[in-house]
Design a protein around this ligand. Sequence first.
Ligand SMILES: [Zn+2]
Length: 300
Amino acid sequence: MQQEDISFYDWQQKYSTHEECMSYIHSEKWPNGFICPHCENNHGYYSPKRHYYECSTCHKQTSIISGTLFENTRIPLTKWFWAIYWISSDKGGISALRLSKLIGCTWRTAYRILKILRKAMGDRDSKYKLSGIIELDDAFVGGKKTGKRGRGAGGKTSVVIACETRGQRPGFIAMQAVESVNKKTIEQFTSDHIDASSIVNTDAFRANVGVASFATHIPKVTPADMVDEWLPSVHVAIANLKRFLLGTFHGISQHFVQEYLNEFCYRFNRRFWEDQIPNRLLKLCIILKPIKSVEQEFSA
Ligand SMILES: [Zn+2]
């Protein structure tokens, strides 16, 4: 669906109050009017002050934000909405410190918002399976220097990366942080992210035989200087990832690498309609189930 392009000025004007944010969520959630999630009755009494409906049949109360990513949040909706704009628009990836200054909150709150939004991005992309002709490889990220497997692994995380090839250009990508690259993790990655009808090109690294359990595998012994010819698309994605991680996020802890991969992939996969990302992400937050584990992690 075509989404409108929007500047931050217009975005801020459009969602400048709690009421405006609520009204937007309402229109997205119930485009044809209220439907009770308990009994599917389409009539309820609205409390404008508390933003909930009471069903006229079962009398259960349903808040406008229940069942969305904003359920039970104590962070003002305006700050959520503005954060969605910034995480969507900052190509280099926005840091918690910068976001905290832009939307006026503590570093901890900004960090929490970013964590939840990155999780939402990952959830969205995990519903898509790469297909067609795919290139698969792995890389080390984090630590001081990004590199290739087997060299100076201190403080680094292995990442498995797959990329659809669309002529000369990379198509959709998927990235997964793994403990180590072995047959089992490659199998799991292929099963999670790659459609069984796909043809997957890799170098002849032993672990890559795991691909064959779930898709057609074409390994090729590749000298280091030839790797960009055999696997060009996936290396474009890896080079972009390196720039993204080095630009904003210095020395990411191993534990959090997947969050940043989620954000990177989400934006890379939508790079041809970049201006629409804020609207798409906002809509995603409304249809997504609340991410309780993340909220709980912070309230503990
Ligand atoms: Zn009802």
